[in-house]
Write a protein that binds this ligand. Structure first.
Ligand code: GDP
Ligand code: CA
Length: 358
């Protein structure tokens, strides 16, 4: 019997690190025989996992089911292969295969194929794909071409990474192809749109964005299980993912925002902005075209129609960082995930706040 259903929306690195912390937190509270709502600062490492012991307590039939709804707006076709950067970052991180320092891609990666593609002059040269990572994209592309949906393909990748054993269900927000594009001013004063990845990776978001558009979004339907996971959740968490190009894209898929407004679960988020700046990445360059202040309060404003609780860093403690909708519960703590234990403590604090608001 499932005791608690947690549903989270997530982009790539920020979301994945937080959610790995959440899985660790749940494993630790479970292993200690506490109810998952027991407070846990995450300071003590606790007993390390006996073979099967940790995962065993969190199986699909176990006490907590975590559904992760991943952003697919970053998806791109390269070398004829369908690449899903955020879903893969989530699977690699939750499955223990991610490149730790980089935060995305595979640990112990090699780049022989990308180097050979460059020698062949087969572009693009601004997006390097590791050899192990390429295997994921080859398998995904093949399964999709055989008629599999992105949900089905993502489940298979998740199995490779042991997600079901960890009590994690990874869902793409939609099975329909969507792509985030960035509209930029061109030299002649007109406009041109480029794929989000090109702006983010090649340009490092230096060219000011005029706006974001999402190709295919109006025709997209939420993937099977997505809306139910939000409506039937006991707790909904928003990790510190990019509010515009990660969470914002998920919220734009028809039905998702309404499901969040309608769910009886408390919705608790973690600010990706600390002291007026993103921790990593270019969230500031994404907020600017929306006219939204680069602050914890500015991001909360994007979620104000469904957000119940909001974690902000001590650097942003209200009233200095005021400007919140009345009724929103704002709690202050350290938000920087310095290491795995820090991420675990942060996730524990977010869950704790949600359970208090239930
Ligand atoms: P991406 O798809 O790889 O860009 O990853 P996400 O969208 O999931 O997360 C990116 C966001 O995570 C950025 O806006 C960062 O500011 C935020 N972030 C990264 N590390 C941390 C951290 O340690 N603490 C907090 N609060 N936010 C973080
Ligand atoms: Ca991303």
């Amino acid at each position: 019997m499932v005791r608690m259903r947690i549903t989270a929306l997530a982009g790539g690195v920020g979301g994945a690190r937080f959610l790995r912390g959440l899985v660790h937190h749940l494993q630790r509270t479970e292993q200690h025989g506490h109810r998952a709502e027991g407070p846990d600062g995450g300071e003590s490492p606790g007993p390390s996992g006996r073979a099967g012991g940790l995962a065993g307590g969190l199986g699909p039939a176990g006490p907590v089911e975590l559904t992760v709804i991943g952003n697919t707006g970053d998806d791109i076709t390269l070398h004829g292969l369908r690449v899903c950067p955020d879903l893969d970052t989530l699977a690699y991180t939750l499955g223990g295969g991610v490149h730790e320092e980089q935060g995305w891609g595979r640990a112990e990666e090699t780049f022989a194929a990308s180097e050979e593609l460059a020698r062949l002059g087969s572009g693009p040269d601004w997006f390097r794909l590791g050899d192990r990572d390429l295997a994921t994209h080859i398998a995904r592309t093949r399964w999709l071409s055989q008629g599999g949906t992105l949900s089905q393909v993502t489940a298979r990748v998740g199995q490779r990474w042991g997600l079901p054993e960890r009590g994690v269900r990874l869902l793409p927000v939609t099975d329909d192809p969507i792509e985030t594009h960035v509209v930029l001013e061109d030299a002649a004063g007109g406009e041109r749109a480029v794929h989000f990845q090109q702006w983010w990776v090649q340009d490092r978001a230096r060219t000011p964005a005029l706006r974001f558009t999402v190709a295919g979004l109006d025709r997209a339907a939420a993937a099977p299980g997505v809306l139910d996971a939000l409506r039937q959740a006991d707790v909904v968490l928003l990790p510190p993912s990019n509010p515009v190009v990660s969470i914002g894209i998920i919220l734009g898929v028809p039905g998702v925002r309404d499901a969040l407004r309608g769910t009886r679960a408390p919705v608790v988020g973690v600010s990706p902005i600390i002291g007026g700046a993103p921790v990593r990445g270019h969230a500031d360059a994404c907020l600017a075209p929306l006219g939204v202040e680069v602050s914890a309060a500015g991001v909360a404003g994007l979620y104000e129609d469904f957000l119940d609780g909001w974690l902000v860093d001590t650097a942003d403690a209200p009233p200095a960082g005021g400007g919140y909708r009345s009724g929103l519960v704002v709690r202050t703590r350290e938000l920087r995930m310095r290491d795995a234990l820090g991420a675990e403590a942060l996730a524990g604090a977010a869950l704790q706040l949600a359970l208090e608001l239930r």
